[in-house]
Design a protein around this ligand. Structure first.
Ligand code: BG6
Length: 298
């Protein structure tokens, strides 16, 4: 068990909403990243004390059971459908601190009675590595099969970006990728826009491993120009990217989301969700995203 006193100067343990355990990692530049141990859920990434990059709903619920609305929820081992809760149990499990190095924090979730009750008796280890730079945040999710039988899974880094106004942002890098539109029964199309804009409800799974995306425009809350998003996965699985905004009607239907908040967020979620991938005993799979804020100093 890691004691808080041994976490070192760059990492501080704290108490979040409703007394929930939090951890904050600080960079000498003034940048910081904070997470709840509940879900290993990042709720804040700041470039300095004012420049918050992520969206967090004013109606988010902090009861240690409901997933927190905003930040970076972790989706594992399933994305929608199936017998498990929507988006799986990683975001509603209690994670431990596995390791701390100057600018790196590693969180860990090992199968336990609760996960085995929900997901057969699969034995797994999840490692979530959070690496903070002056203008960068890298998050890597690693899945290890530590059992004797193979399992299938899906996973996502469900990143909510904070926006001033969604009308003034675009996503570059999706062009020519096929996408499944969840709003039209998973119909498949090809993206034609060089700069994708949110002009209504959006809920799409882009396939074909988009590696480098740009969130651009004047609508970003925390940074000057854009966020560059670099994505990679190990092995030959490739990856997908979910792009989501609920717009007016779905925002109203969500109990833990303000009616107008759809204007101040969008989700760009790298992961593996179009299919399921199989991990054999001792197998290991990981996926990362590196987020770089640009134009901050203007
Ligand atoms: C997105 C899904 O990843 O997450 C959407 O594609 C979903 O369909 C959204 O509405 C939020 O999901 P949840 O479970 O956090 O309400």
């Amino acid at each position: 068990h890691t004691s808080y006193a041994s976490l070192g100067s760059a990492v501080q343990a704290g108490v979040g909403r409703n007394g929930m355990d939090c951890v904050t990692l600080k960079h000498p530049s003034g940048a910081s990243v904070s997470l709840y141990k509940f879900g290993a859920h990042i709720t804040s990434w700041k470039l300095d004390t004012k420049k918050e990059m992520l969206f967090l709903s004013e109606n988010a619920v902090y009861d240690g059971a409901t997933p927190i609305r905003g930040g970076i929820p972790l989706v594992f081992p399933q994305f929608g459908g199936g017998d498990l809760p929507n988006h799986g149990f990683a975001r509603t499990s209690h994670w431990d601190i596995r390791a701390v190095e100057s600018n790196i924090l590693v969180m860990e979730l090992i199968d336990n009675e609760k996960t085995r009750g929900m997901w057969r008796n699969y034995a797994f280890r999840l490692l979530y590595t959070i690496e903070l730079g002056a203008k960068t945040l890298k998050t890597t999710l690693t899945v290890v099969n530590r059992g004797a039988e193979p399992f299938e899974f899906q996973a996502l880094l469900h990143t909510y970006y904070g926006l001033v106004d969604i009308a003034n942002v675009g996503v570059v890098g999706l062009k020519d990728h096929a996408f499944m539109n969840k709003l039209t029964n998973h119909s498949v199309s090809q993206e034609n826009s060089k700069v994708f804009r949110f002009d209504g409800e959006v809920d799409s799974i882009y396939t074909g491993s988009p590696r480098s995306l740009h969130l651009t425009g004047t609508g970003l809350a925390g940074s000057g120009d854009s966020v560059e998003i670099e994505i990679g996965a190990t092995g030959s699985t490739g990856h997908d990217v979910v792009v989501w905004n609920p717009h007016v009607a779905k925002a109203k239907r969500m109990g833990d989301f303000g009616d107008h908040e759809w204007k101040s967020m969008c989700c760009i979620e790298p992961g593996f969700v179009a299919k399921r991938t199989t991990l054999h005993p001792n197998g290991e799979w990981s996926l990362y995203q590196t987020l770089t804020a640009t134009g901050v100093d203007k």
